[in-house]
Design a protein around this ligand. Structure first.
Ligand code: 3NM
Length: 208
């Protein structure tokens, strides 16, 4: 994959959108210039089954209009069913080699938190890794302790050309520091969901 695609990686599920319709939030974010989108449907009352599929298809269709890759969190079967551009998985999800068998030409992203997980993800054929949480996040109740940029810097030293996106508590105020530490881009939920000027937020996250 092209590392530039990770520049502003927006993640969203219905629970992240409190006062606006999720599809309106996504459309606004796409218009503002996000470069990647992940549907991550979690929380107390997530959409499931047919409702989730319908919502995913609507997100996918919007992303297609803006030529932005559309990735699904965890749900390999749904990603296959609707022909998403890829999946993002954590450490407890399906092993990468198993996913790759069904995902020859699709993107597989993996969350990693230490050197061992990083090396394993790269060697198993991940297309990119997500490193986090860099800072405190309120969007993932079971997130690990914030690690700052130390591991991110190390990851970039180990793999100078591998696509890396940083996640967790990233805002326009700290995005530059994260990129200087080696991230190709920043993955955010709240910075974009809760922004009252998404165009400005995306430009700032891009470093413009
Ligand atoms: N994964 P916000 S942190 C989905 O560390 C997710 O792997 C994380 O949300 C990880 O931009 C996180 O609002 C939440 O902090 C990111």
């Amino acid at each position: 994959m092209n590392r530039k695609e990770l520049a502003v990686y927006f993640i969203m599920g219905t629970e992240n959108c409190k006062s606006e319709h999720p599809l309106e939030v996504l459309k606004d974010a796409l218009q503002a210039g996000i470069t990647f989108f992940q549907l991550r449907e979690k929380g107390k009352q997530p959409l499931t089954g047919g409702e989730l599929e319908q919502f995913a298809r609507e997100c996918q269709s919007l992303c297609k209009q803006y030529q932005v890759p559309f990735i699904i969190n965890d749900d390999v079967e749904l990603a296959l069913k609707i022909d998403a551009d890829g999946v993002h998985v954590g450490q407890d999800d399906t092993p990468i080699q198993e996913i790759r068998e069904k995902f020859q030409n699709k993107v597989i992203g993996v969350s990693v938190h230490n050197e061992e997980e990083l090396v394993k993800a790269v060697q198993s054929g991940a297309d990119y890794v997500g490193i986090g949480p860099i800072y405190e996040t309120k969007s993932k109740p079971d997130a690990k302790k914030p690690a700052g940029v130390t591991f991110l810097r190390k990851a970039r030293e180990m793999y100078p050309n591998f696509p890396i996106v940083a996640i967790g508590g990233i805002t326009p105020a700290n995005a530059q520091k994260v990129k200087e530490a080696g991230a190709d881009g920043v993955a955010v939920i709240s910075a974009i969901c809760e922004s009252d000027d998404r165009h400005k937020t995306v430009q700032l996250l891009k470093g413009k």
